[in-house]
Design a protein around this ligand. Structure first.
Ligand SMILES: [Zn+2]
Length: 293
């Protein structure tokens, strides 16, 4: 299926180096068309109602979180007394330390070619966030909840007022959302801004959409706000990545979403930042997933 419909802009991903050694600079003036903005805003508001309903079934008493083993990637010690260069110590990052297929893994890669398996998978360790604004009170998996609290706290210390505007959405909610978008905008348009059920990262419980109470709610301009810039630069320290970066629509399958942060844990997030690799697909050597298979 060809991607078209909402807006036209250069296919930057096609010309970008798949693995760049440096961060890809943001493109200027890349705000989504207003129709798309309205659609997303309406989508978010629609999601509120659906989620309020969905939460009733989604928030069954959570299973206790299983003890998560440390990935166990110990940096080899230098055999001579080195000058203290904590971040420059050589290390081998183990890409196989955690599964990218298991939906319960913090590293699970979900995209248009990789549905969650089972497709209606639901996390067992959903918890509420504490001490942060959470517009629809959607839960998160426990590690992501604690991490986003720290991330928002860090942003606050830096002078930014950040809140959660979306978090966990269950399968049934995504079914209702996606069907509504298709009915309104058609499948081609809906597929650019909404995931089909079973393909939404929000279903992992590891994703938050963030906002700064400004005028860029679910809008491409959020990345250019002081809060959005701070989050993009510092998210990795808290274990998050910007999952749908600029210029990678043909890799991730989704238009840039500077508000959508995926928890992968600090080990992976920092490694990706160090290497300048901005997508999970490229980091793990997976095929680009521009469309549903
Ligand atoms: Zn999102």
């Amino acid at each position: 299926m060809k991607l078209h419909g909402l807006g036209t802009r250069p296919d930057t991903a096609a010309s970008a180096s798949p693995v760049s050694g440096a961060m890809i600079p943001s493109e200027a003036g890349n705000a989504a068309p207003s129709s798309a903005r309205r659609a997303r805003r309406a989508a978010a508001l629609g999601a509120a109602t659906l989620v309020a309903l969905g939460a009733l079934t989604a928030c069954a008493p959570a299973d206790p979180a299983p003890p998560t083993a440390s990935p166990g990637t110990e940096a080899p010690k230098a055999d001579k007394p080195a000058t203290p260069t904590p971040t420059a110590e050589p290390h081998a990052f183990d890409r196989g330390a955690q599964s990218i297929d298991d939906p319960a893994s913090l590293w699970v890669v979900s995209n248009k070619a990789r549905p969650l398996n089972p497709i209606d998978w639901a996390p067992g360790d959903l918890v509420a966030t504490n001490g942060v604004e959470n517009e629809f009170a959607q839960p998160l998996r426990e590690p992501a909840a604690r991490a986003v609290e720290a991330l928002i706290g860090g942003a606050k210390e830096a002078g930014h007022s950040v809140w959660i505007i979306s978090a966990y959405r269950d399968y049934a909610t995504q079914v209702a959302l996606y069907d509504g978008y298709v009915n309104r905008d058609g499948a081609a348009a809906a597929d650019r801004y909404s995931a089909r059920p079973g393909h939404s990262e929000h279903q992992t419980g590891l994703v938050v959409d963030l906002d700064d109470h400004g005028s860029c709610y679910l809008d491409g301009c959020f990345g250019d706000t002081p809060a959005g810039s701070w989050l993009a630069e510092n998210a990795a320290d808290y274990g998050f990545i910007v999952r749908y970066p600029e210029g990678k629509e043909q890799v991730t399958g989704f238009m840039p979403e500077p508000w959508h942060f995926r928890y992968v844990g600090p080990d992976l997030a920092l490694e990706m930042r160090d290497q300048g690799v901005t997508t999970l697909e490229e980091f793990f050597g997976l095929p680009a997933a521009p469309d549903y298979s």
